[in-house]
Design a protein. Structure first.
Length: 265
């Protein structure tokens, strides 16, 4: 399986703090690849490097063989990389459908005059955007909330809307930053099903940061464990959970690991 995203010797220094230190990994096409680790391990910093929010101090990133180093942040979505955030970033005074249509905006390909006079090209672009939004609404069971303003939605539904908007950009790689954060058990179960559907039905590769190890074990093909900005272990969820350094830094005791495995079984 070929690599979609390649990270080589990534390091980031903020003043005297080395937030990420020589981190290397590949994300293969068609897999769910998850970053785990305690708070401050450097996971979100890695996401910010891929999103071009941060510039690496050393090291390189490439997507489909194309270097990301010289790209501006706004060029990342057009390249085929979409992202959700720990803190939900939506237009609260717009409806769910309007938020999703904004996600599809990068594919419109029409200019100011075409939009002003609503030319046939603009009508075709509008139809394609709405078709894509409706497909995502059906996938994530958002039909009931299509015309609801985001400000009136409970937190769990807002998380789903943010995921939906990212999918409307038509990504090849989807970055999920703690998708289960703030969700209850039932909502986390739904999120697990959707991540699996995104991979199997839509063919989208997923790179995820997550703390819920039950979710990690259920959906991940491979896991990279980090601590203090460095790589601790890389492998299947079971291999990483059994790693002594990971247990000490993140998972706690061997009994905790056994409990997590029973929950995931």
């Amino acid at each position: 399986m070929s690599a979609l995203l390649e990270a080589r010797d990534l390091s980031v220094r903020f003043g005297g703090v080395l937030a990420v230190n020589k981190v290397s990994f590949d994300v293969r096409r068609g897999e769910v690849f998850t970053l785990i680790g305690p708070n401050g391990a450097g996971k979100t910093t890695v996401f910010n490097l891929i999103s071009r929010i941060y510039q690496p101090t050393t090291g390189t990133l490439s997507f489909e063989g194309q270097p990301l180093d010289a790209l501006a942040p706004h060029a990342i979505a057009a390249l085929g990389i979409a992202r959700t955030f720990q803190n939900i970033e939506l237009f609260e005074n717009a409806t769910v459908l309007q938020n999703l249509l904004i996600g599809h905006h990068i594919h419109r390909g029409t200019g100011f005059w075409s939009n002003l006079f609503f030319t046939p090209a603009t009508r075709r672009a509008e139809h394609a955007a709405r078709l894509r939004a409706e497909e995502v609404i059906d996938l994530l069971d958002l039909q009931h909330y299509r015309d609801t303003h985001v400000a009136g939605l409970p937190y769990g539904k807002r998380k789903v809307v943010e995921l939906a908007r990212a999918l409307c950009t038509g990504p090849k790689l989807l970055l999920l930053d703690e998708p289960s954060s703030g969700l209850n058990v039932e909502e986390t179960e739904d999120m697990a099903w959707w991540i699996q559907d995104i991979k199997s039905e839509l063919g989208i590769t997923v790179l995820m940061v997550e703390h819920d190890m039950t979710l990690v074990s259920r959906v991940s093909d491979r896991v990279l464990a980090m601590n203090q900005g460095e790589v601790l272990a890389l492998g299947t969820p079971a291999e990483v959970q059994s790693h002594a350094g990971v247990i000490e830094a993140y998972l706690g005791t061997i009994d905790d690991v056994s409990s997590l495995r029973r929950q995931a079984a």
